[in-house]
Design a protein around this ligand. Sequence first.
Ligand code: GAR
Length: 193
Amino acid sequence: MAILTGINKVKTAVFISGNGSNLNSLIKFSKSSKSPISIKLIISNNSKAKGLNYSKIFRIKKKVINFRNTKTFDNKLISILKNNKIEMICLAGFMKILSKYFIRKFSGKIINIHPSLLPKYKGLNTHKRALINKEKYSGCTVHYVNSRLDSGKIILQKRVKISKNETEKTLTRKILIQEHKLYPEAISKIFNL
Ligand code: GAR
């Protein structure tokens, strides 16, 4: 296997809105020699996102952006990404919908992690809906982002068993643990590693 150094790794931006536990796992992964990516930029729509702390801890550049889906705004965001030579975007708990224009500009280069076994439970409140529907399994999915919500090509999925007295809280935790493994695995898969 080729040795990947900071120089030849794919320059990646991670978009977050909240806790950033997936961001943390991606940063840790990116630091291993096996990782094809190097995280150069953290973008958040929320200035209070806890995950922004990882910018300080790991000395990664951050930008808080008040997302507005207009072409002028999109072009500003695109130029920030271009100025930082960003080649790939990982959405990690990013709760804004990106414009079709933006997605087209980065076509095939944006991936997302979603806490359900897509195509089931697109959108919000996935765990609550899976529990109400008495599903036996749920899980998480890493997929390419296209212009339809949570509908792009699936890269990898991990199934998680729902136990008898599962609550939203326990299921969230259980699935997050799997998300932290799945996201790096999916990135390795994209680069055939
Ligand atoms: C994760 O469960 C992620 O899959 C989900 O938000 C959580 C973020 O946690 N994403 C979505 O629901 C996107 N539609 P984190 O901030 O600790 O990574």
